[in-house]
Design a protein around this ligand. Sequence first.
Ligand code: IPE
Ligand code: IPE
Ligand code: MG
Length: 246
Amino acid sequence: MESLKDQLIREKLPKHVAVIMDGNGRWAQKKGNSRIFGHQHGVTAVREVTEAAAELGIGYLTLYAFSTENWSRPKREVDALMSLLVSTISSETKTLIKNNVRLNTIGCRECLPASVLKKLEDAEAKTSENTGLTLVLALSYSSRWEIVDASKRIARDVQNGKLNVDDIDDNIFSEYLATKGMPDPELMIRTSGELRISNFLLWQLAYTELYFTEVLWPDYRKEDFYEALLDYQRRERRFGKTSQQI
Ligand code: IPE
Ligand code: IPE
Ligand code: MG
């Protein structure tokens, strides 16, 4: 079968792709099921996209799995999401190791239940030597939380004499963010048709190409991912310059 993968220009692939995995609840409700059923099926899409990114040799894949704001959902749903996280990390760690994927997380670690944190730390440790794709899970993450947290640590370092105010620039600031050491995403994909950022990577997305699709997350497959990458490859990224300068 012909795949959009064959049309991709390998040299022009992004180094970092970020994804807002949205639409699990609507997917389930359309089928007359509970929202939680949708989250369970979202795991298949996570597996597909992770595998596709790893196969293509993409460096970083950041998946928005749970936002700071998502804590305000009904307790039943939050609990189900947390236990789904624990069981998924447990069952997938082997595959991550097999595929040379390194697991990282961004977000408020102290905000997570101890059981989740333990599984995460365990999976991070077991995959830390892997040299292929870095899979970054944004968990209890919000961009404003991240920027405020960075600002506090910068202020503290200035207070302690470790940092000069006049030395603070884009690069120094980035080093205080949860994404320290990672390139900014060149492409951000959001599923389910919503046209918003929902407090995701506000600093890092400054020059990112945005791609929106109507596909609901549990239906998202490798071909959908290739389609987004192809669209990205057709764009001209100007960074403020004129077309003639590119
Ligand atoms: C995304 O799907 C998953 C999380 C936010 C955890 P949603 O649960 O937001 O699904 P919709 O947007 O309500 O359909
Ligand atoms: C954003 O989706 C967060 C995640 C995908 C984890 P939401 O469904 O929570 O965002 P809003 O509320 O529609 O903006
Ligand atoms: Mg949603």
